[in-house]
Design a protein around this ligand. Sequence first.
Ligand SMILES: C[S@@+](CC[C@H](N)C(=O)[O-])C[C@H]1O[C@@H](n2cnc3c(N)ncnc32)[C@H](O)[C@@H]1O
Length: 251
Amino acid sequence: METHVSHVNEEDSEDPGAAPYGNFINYYSFNPPENRLSLIPQTLLQNIGLDSERVLILDVGCNSGDLSVALYKHLLHEEASVSDFSKREVYLLGFDLDQDLILRAQNSNPLPQNIQFIPLDITDGAKSQAVLESHLGRFGCPRFHLCTCFAVTMWVHLNHGDEAFLSLLSRLASLCEFLLLEAQPWKCYRSAARRLRKLGRSDFDHFKTLEIRGDMAAHAREHLEKQCSMDMVQSFGNTSWDRSLLLFKRR
Ligand SMILES: C[S@@+](CC[C@H](N)C(=O)[O-])C[C@H]1O[C@@H](n2cnc3c(N)ncnc32)[C@H](O)[C@@H]1O
């Protein structure tokens, strides 16, 4: 898969190198990990009761892994050195559909004993289920303790439609005990679709027919609470791009 270069943020309509799946090659130069991490408490694992046991974290759509690694270090803040990290029973699996980005994530992974990156498309139901189940099986766990999904929902929604947006949320809910979700707001859809149309990608025209629109965080919450047996337990506020970070817990 070709990885696209972009120099401006996801909402900018002049973006010269729109990435059809959000697979921006230099994403972290315009949206550094700190933008999200500053809202997430370092004590999150302890706060949700995941401090002592083995903890499995899944990061969906991890791009080149910068936020995954920074989040891992953020959550294990009390560990002083790299060697201490590997003693902890906290494992993070990050995946992304873009193989080039995953290669970059693998090559720059500072904690390969605890953090792993693999290529995978969450919309490929059968394959992603098999791969993730086999990963969980190796640890003898039925689910990930924490799943993070930052800035991915819009790309699945735009590329695959309403059903896929809801299936993604159901899928995430089925995979974890806690879900930390950053859903892009509707204004991002408009600029992303406009950008992609400018590039002649008429396959995004069905964006106009999407019925799930408006307050995307509220739609996600409604589906997770009504259809997926999850409750929203906390909102960590909004990022500088006006996106909310919501924490859900399996009932
Ligand atoms: C805007 S980036 C966000 C990256 C990262 N989660 C963050 O917030 O820093 C969206 C990422 O989702 C990935 N992505 C989009 N659709 C995907 C899918 N169906 N399966 C896996 N990854 C996907 C893209 O390749 C891209 O790297």
